[in-house]
Design a protein around this ligand. Structure first.
Ligand SMILES: Cc1cc2nc3c(=O)[nH]c(=O)nc-3n(C[C@H](O)[C@H](O)[C@H](O)COP(=O)(O)OP(=O)(O)OC[C@H]3O[C@@H](n4cnc5c(N)ncnc54)[C@H](O)[C@@H]3O)c2cc1C
Length: 394
């Protein structure tokens, strides 16, 4: 298979890239999900593509075969230009009780509700850091859940630059979440522990200096986002402060490879759409001139987001020696602490050797223990062996 312009990831950035590029080229857009939309537009029914965009659903890129060819589940897929829009995943941080049934990732709960999970009548606490917490709480409430509290670890003074940077549209969006959601929002508040008999029953948290116990059915926790860099790194793209380095045209350090959206910096929907459009236009030799000033402004928002939701030292110290840090392989903090690099910890404890291949525990060990990041290697996702073998061409 060959693509003139290949777009990997059909979230907002990928969709915008495909639309823009399709004005001047034949485009192939793929995603490992069955439907387009990425994280924020998951299951949105009204997403449409121009006729000259070929859409490949449920198509995960498992690895890189050479600089112009990717491994697409048993098939080689070559390209002239590629636009990487692989997005981000949630950052999880361990605390006592985080592996109890009933404790979920905030984005995980959001995805489950969007896929039909019934939360009507459930009592939910939402905790962690970042704007995603409000979106999850608003959705859960809209579906009939009782959201007791939203615990944002950042203190109010730290959040002020973020509030000042919000566009009129975002302020309106927040207002539409309703007074109940907004009143439940507590800055300067963080979890201490979750507990229950085989199932979450209560959480203990610190709210503006006071220790509070809350009875609940579900706890949704997220501490920010981690970019999905694996494919870009395997293609040799250079990093800048933990994200894919791009110029004003969204070009990476590698010829013919562009990147857009959350893998270039956590900056929200508007920036993902803008970068998607720029990358699609630039990859197909169309002008982007009038979009560059908006792109630079969006980079200021990336910095504001990062500073406003910087994690406080207390949440980095919640895990106790017996708290599990790698939940695929049941590795505890005290075991990981005995190693000063990822390789040694992995070889001695099986850290990162489970189904998630370190996607969850590697960021945890970098942040809590200062371990280096694991070398990325194929497969990018856990995948059946048959997908790693190339099918014979007919
Ligand atoms: C769990 C979660 C929930 C979020 N919810 C909200 C929200 O409610 N409101 C909000 O404003 N923002 C939300 N965000 C942030 C939002 O995703 C961004 O602001 C923006 O929309 C990101 O767009 P994107 O196109 O860069 O990435 P995404 O929307 O993440 O899209 C990336 C797509 O690439 C696919 N992909 C990744 N790797 C591969 C591969 N190797 N092969 C094939 N496909 C691949 C992914 O499955 C995904 O569909 C959320 C983020 C996360 C992680």
């Amino acid at each position: 298979m060959h693509a003139e312009v290949l777009v990997v990831g059909a979230g907002p950035a990928g969709l915008a890239a495909a639309r823009a590029a399709s004005k001047n080229a034949k485009v192939t857009l793929l995603d490992d999900n069955a439907k387009m939309g990425g994280q924020i537009w998951r299951n949105r029914p009204d997403l449409k593509l121009p006729a000259n965009v070929q859409w490949l659903p449920s198509s995960g890129i498992a690895g890189v075969l050479d600089e112009k060819t990717l491994l697409l589940e048993g098939k080689a897929l070559s390209f002239d230009q590629v636009i990487l829009c692989t997005g981000a995943r949630e950052l999880h941080l361990p605390f006592p009780g985080w592996t109890l049934p009933g404790v979920l990732g905030a984005g995980g709960l959001q995805a489950m509700i969007k896929n039909g999970l019934d939360v009507a009548g459930k009592t939910i606490v939402v905790a962690g850091s970042g704007p995603l917490l409000l979106a999850v709480a608003a959705l859960a409430r809209q579906k009939g859940a009782k959201v007791l509290k939203i615990l944002e670890q950042a203190p109010t003074w730290q959040l002020l630059p973020f509030l000042r940077a919000l566009s009129a549209g975002k302020i309106l969006q927040a207002a539409q979440m309703g007074p109940q959601t907004l009143l439940g929002y507590n800055p300067d508040a963080y979890l201490l522990q979750a507990s229950g008999e085989g199932q979450l029953q209560q959480v203990i948290c610190q709210i503006q200096g006071k220790t509070v116990q809350l009875e609940c059915d579900l706890l949704a926790v997220g501490f920010g986002l981690v970019p999905n860099l694996e494919l870009a790194v395997q293609l040799g793209c250079r990093l800048d402060q933990g994200f894919i380095q791009v110029d004003d045209t969204c070009k990476t350090s590698q010829k013919g490879i562009y990147a857009a959206g959350e893998i270039t910096g956590i900056g929200g929907l508007d920036r993902a759409l803008l970068q998607g459009e720029i990358s699609g236009l630039a990859a197909t030799n169309q002008t982007i001139k009038n979009l560059v000033p908006r792109l630079r402004a969006s980079q200021r928002f990336v910095r504001t987001l990062k500073n406003s939701f910087t994690l406080r030292p207390e949440v980095l110290k919640l895990a106790q020696p017996d708290t599990i840090v790698c939940r695929c392989e049941d590795v505890r903090l005290s075991q990981a602490q005995q190693h000063d690099n990822w390789r040694s910890a992995k070889l001695h404890t099986r850290l990162g050797m489970g189904a998630c291949q370190g996607r969850t525990c590697a960021p945890i060990c970098q942040i809590l223990l200062g371990l280096d990041s694991p070398q990325t290697r194929p497969p990018i996702f856990a995948t059946p062996l048959k997908n790693l073998l190339l099918e014979e061409e007919p």
